[in-house]
Write a protein that binds this ligand. Structure first.
Ligand SMILES: *[C@@H]1O[C@H](CO)[C@@H](O)[C@H](O)[C@H]1NC(C)=O
Ligand SMILES: *[C@@H]1O[C@H](CO)[C@@H](O)[C@H](O)[C@H]1NC(C)=O
Ligand SMILES: *[C@@H]1O[C@H](CO)[C@@H](O)[C@H](O)[C@H]1NC(C)=O
Length: 381
């Protein structure tokens, strides 16, 4: 690059900077016109960089506006967000009213303190989304709407007390939105929720147990959906409306993601209908120490078919219910340290009878239950 090119480039850059600082000057004049400045704040010089409590950086761009505790009233101009080099705005303890304008242009803003003013409205996402923010103090204003969530919430020291935020929202009204999918357990994080109306949609899956933890919940309306599964136990003060869900209380559809339907051609026809058991067994060095059994009930959905089952099984009418919420767990005492058997310190290995199939569960284990003997032999799985 020749020196004349360099000169032109420098000229161009300084012209751009000059233009930007002229813009800053215009915006500051506009800010001034929005404010009732008190007599101790001198903002009369044509160059805002010479104003009280205004600090400029390179190229006369405004970087700091520091008007703490000055009894200034007024509003913030809509183009405040064009002071693109602003780093700090400290207006604490004044009478600023109106809303926070779009601040998305403030890509260097680190501190925004408006504590103890009279600002109103919703805290805009253009502000909460700023990535450079370190301190955001919105205490004691009249802000409304949802509690602001800062994008960079780990880094921002945000205080928002003394406002009229409806801390979360007490009502989720999503009735009749043709929504599909399952009900999110994350609703349980909106701890102020009093009403959840998800009625008249196409929700599937079951009602998440997490929702029972919502302390303020009074109404959960999931009527007219495709929800199945057991309804979790809510406190008596919650009105849970589940009408219009054909499969409520029943286990999910057969296409369970963890268990493909069995191939009926591999099951004897007389064994298809009825109760079977799914067994999971765990063994260590050939010794079974844990057995988890689930009842599986295959039956017709239709009551008439249930009462008078046809001679030939009508497979497409059979519903499989895996009672996965009622597992039978049996624990067996085994010796996990067979190599220690000869050492005097080793615990006595359990008597060999307890290793057999007919053994009793470990009595010391409170939750142990035995599978009833009369159950049909399991289809191993
Ligand atoms: C400034 O104060 C006067 C008198 O209190 C008031 O009428 C006027 O609206 C105020 N202006 C601004 C911009 O707040
Ligand atoms: C639910 O889905 C079915 C089939 O996809 C559709 O016919 C029905 O209108 C949907 N219901 C609602 C409330 O969106
Ligand atoms: C639940 O939703 C249904 C369908 O939108 C509505 O008819 C019913 O009144 C609601 N019940 C309650 C208690 O909100």
């Amino acid at each position: 690059m020749t020196s004349s090119h360099l000169f032109l480039l420098c000229l161009l850059l300084s012209l751009l900077n000059f233009a930007a600082s002229q813009d800053d000057s215009t915006i500051m004049q506009s800010l001034k016109s929005y404010l009732n400045l008190t007599s101790d704040v001198h903002w009369s010089d044509p160059d805002p960089c010479k104003w009280d409590r205004v600090i400029c950086g390179e190229s006369n761009r405004i970087t700091r506006i520091l008007l703490r505790e000055k009894d200034i009233t007024g509003t913030l101009p809509q183009d405040l967000g064009k002071l693109s080099e602003l780093v700090e705005v400290d207006l604490q303890g004044n009478g600023f009213s109106g809303t926070i304008p779009d601040l998305s242009g403030l890509q260097y803003l680190r501190l925004f303190n408006v504590e103890h003013n009279e600002l109103t409205g919703v805290v805009p996402p253009s502000f909460t989304g700023l990535k450079t923010l370190i301190v955001a103090n919105l205490n004691y204003n009249f802000f409304q709407g949802p509690t602001p969530l800062f994008k960079n919430s780990d880094a921002v020291d945000a205080t928002v007390n003394g406002n009229s935020f409806c801390l979360d929202t007490p009502v989720v009204n999503l009735g009749g939105f043709e929504l599909t999918g399952t009900i999110s357990p994350s609703f349980s994080k909106l701890t102020s929720l009093e009403t959840i109306d998800l009625s008249n949609n196409n929700f599937t899956g079951s009602i998440p147990t997490e929702l029972t933890t919502l302390p303020m919940l009074r109404t959960l309306n999931v009527s007219i959906n495709n929800i199945n599964g057991a309804v979790p136990t809510f406190s008596a003060s919650v009105n849970v409306v589940t009408s219009g869900n054909a499969n409520i209380g029943k286990d999910g559809p057969i296409s369970h993601p963890l268990a493909d339907p069995p191939d009926p051609s591999k099951i004897r026809e007389e064994d298809i209908i009825g109760v079977t058991v799914l067994l999971l067994t765990c063994s260590y060095m050939g010794q079974e120490f844990l057995r988890v059994g689930y009842y599986v009930n295959n039956d017709y959905e239709d009551e008439q078919l249930r009462e008078e089952p046809p001679a030939k099984v009508l497979l497409d009418k059979v519903q499989r219910n895996i009672l996965s919420d009622k597992p039978r767990v049996t624990k067996f005492p085994i010796n996990f340290h067979p190599e220690d058997e000869q050492t005097p310190a080793a615990a006595d290995p359990p008597p060999p009878t307890e290793q057999s199939d007919e053994q009793q569960p470990d009595d010391k284990c409170g939750e142990a239950q035995v599978l009833p003997d009369q159950l049909p032999k399991p289809h191993e799985s």
